[in-house]
Design a protein around this ligand. Structure first.
Ligand SMILES: [Zn+2]
Ligand SMILES: [Zn+2]
Length: 109
């Protein structure tokens, strides 16, 4: 959002003769429209990978003895999943076998 330097009214983007301009709604002042460069914040790249295993597939997964961080159940299904573009080692995922919990989590190394 841009505001006029003369009268502080809102500047509206307009296209005239192929040029993008900002025109003041208050006093009509025109200004060359300048695209601001947005910095993409760093933390986006650290998003948690989604746990994308369909419900019916769980019964065929192997089980292991591990404590569920949610309900303290001591058995969980596990599987390996490639999380990103393939240049990283696959991540180990767990899913609590307690039918009331079904919590899924990934192993942090
Ligand atoms: Zn103005
Ligand atoms: Zn659990």
């Amino acid at each position: 959002m841009e505001f006029c330097q003369k009268c502080s009214s809102m500047m509206m983007p307009q296209k005239k003769a192929g040029k993008a301009l900002l025109v003041c709604r208050g006093c009509g002042t025109k200004k060359q429209f300048q695209k601001k460069s947005f910095k993409i914040s760093e933390h986006i790249s650290h998003e948690e990978p989604e746990v994308v295993v369909v419900e019916k597939e769980f019964s065929s997964l192997p089980k292991t003895v591990v404590t569920c961080p949610k309900c303290a159940h001591t058995e969980a299904f596990w599987w390996l999943q490639q999380t990103r573009s393939g240049d990283e080692a696959p991540t180990l995922f767990f899913r609590c076998t307690n039918p009331k919990c079904k919590h899924s989590w990934r192993q942090y190394s």
